[in-house]
Ligand binder design. Structure first.
Ligand code: ADP
Ligand code: MG
Length: 297
């Protein structure tokens, strides 16, 4: 395992920011850490990278304990903090060279990273002269300098314009080809564009942890409907995309569809065309997207 988070809780003064959070990330995975503002994403990332201590629990990075083996563990981690702290008065190459000095990394290595993150044309400029997208690249470059195997990015795409967004996404995917990546975001589409897996955090708790394939793939839709009359099963089976119809109670049915299309109107039309009245109709299941939308609106 690249990252193992075991039962992490964090209390700030009296506020519980993380509540028994556990998850692990396998080598080579790209995992999206999704949650609305204030969910605890940054707090988790600061704990994970050894910048603050948890109140309870344990974190291992490549099997190394982030507290008792901190310096060894941190060598394995590249971290881009939320507000990407950069020295604006420094030149790009100078700034990266300064960071490289700390890790005793050669100038040659710095040039390789500059090329990797697409900073060649900007490397001679002052950081203050760069657009937000290029500043993010400088932050990414700094995080990658010591060739860590685990990359932790805190909202790397927030505040970027659509073009920059696309470029940084591609860069993250590229980095993810040979490294483990955990990145946070409060945007669902971000996760779909970049990740293999998503961990959904809300109010300090993990409320979903799923592979994206299973999310995109076998999505099913459950509708509960109550008609004004009893009907036969063969009859209701005429509704398109219907996989299973359960007569849960008298005139109430649970209908399971194997489609992402919203089937509520089809059920309503079915009733209408067959002289039935729909007394009640509601969707029962929640896929990740609707769950997330509910949390954030
Ligand atoms: P996210 O990154 O998901 O937006 P944070 O981890 O920044 O969430 O914050 C989680 C909660 O902890 C928030 O309610 C925030 O106000 C609180 N919090 C974060 N940092 C501190 C701090 N240093 N002191 C007190 N409360 C904090
Ligand atoms: Mg944050």
């Amino acid at each position: 395992m690249s990252i193992e988070v075991k039962n992490i809780s964090k209390v700030y003064n009296t506020q519980l920011a993380l509540d028994k959070v556990s998850f692990s990330v396998k080598k080579g995975e790209i995992v999206g850490f999704l949650g609305p503002n204030g969910a605890g994403k940054s707090t988790m990332m600061k704990i994970l990278t050894g910048y603050i201590h948890a109140s309870k629990g344990e974190v291992l990075v490549n099997g190394l304990n982030i507290i008792t083996e901190k310096s060894e563990a941190q060598k394995k981690i590249g971290y881009l903090p939320e507000h990407n702290p950069l020295y604006l008065e420094m030149f790009v190459r100078e700034y990266l060279g300064f960071n490289a000095g700390i890790f005793k990394i050669s100038k040659n290595e710095v040039e390789k990273i500059i090329e990797k993150v697409g900073l060649v044309s900007e490397a001679h400029k002052k950081i203050s002269q760069l657009s937000k997208g290029y500043r993010q690249r400088v932050g990414l470059a700094a995080a990658l300098l010591h060739n860590p195997s685990v990359i932790v990015l805190d909202e790397p795409t927030t505040g970027l314009d659509p073009n920059q967004l696309l470029e940084i996404r591609n860069l993250i995917k590229e980095i993810g080809k040979d490294k483990t990546v955990l990145f946070s975001t409060h945007i669902m589409q971000e996760v779909e564009a970049i990740c293999d897996r998503v961990i959904l955090l809300n109010k300090g708790k993990i409320i979903a942890d799923e592979n994206l394939d299973s999310l995109k793939g076998n999505q099913e839709q459950v509708i509960e409907v109550e008609f004004d009359f009893r009907i036969e099963k063969q009859f209701i089976n005429k509704i398109p995309h219907l996989r299973i119809a359960n007569n849960v109670y008298d005139t109430t049915w649970e209908l399971i569809f194997d489609t992402n299309l919203d089937m509520r109107s089809a059920v309503f039309d079915f009733a209408n065309e067959n002289g039935l009245k729909t007394l009640r109709l509601n969707t029962k299941n929640k896929n990740l997207e609707s769950l997330f939308r509910e949390l954030t609106t």
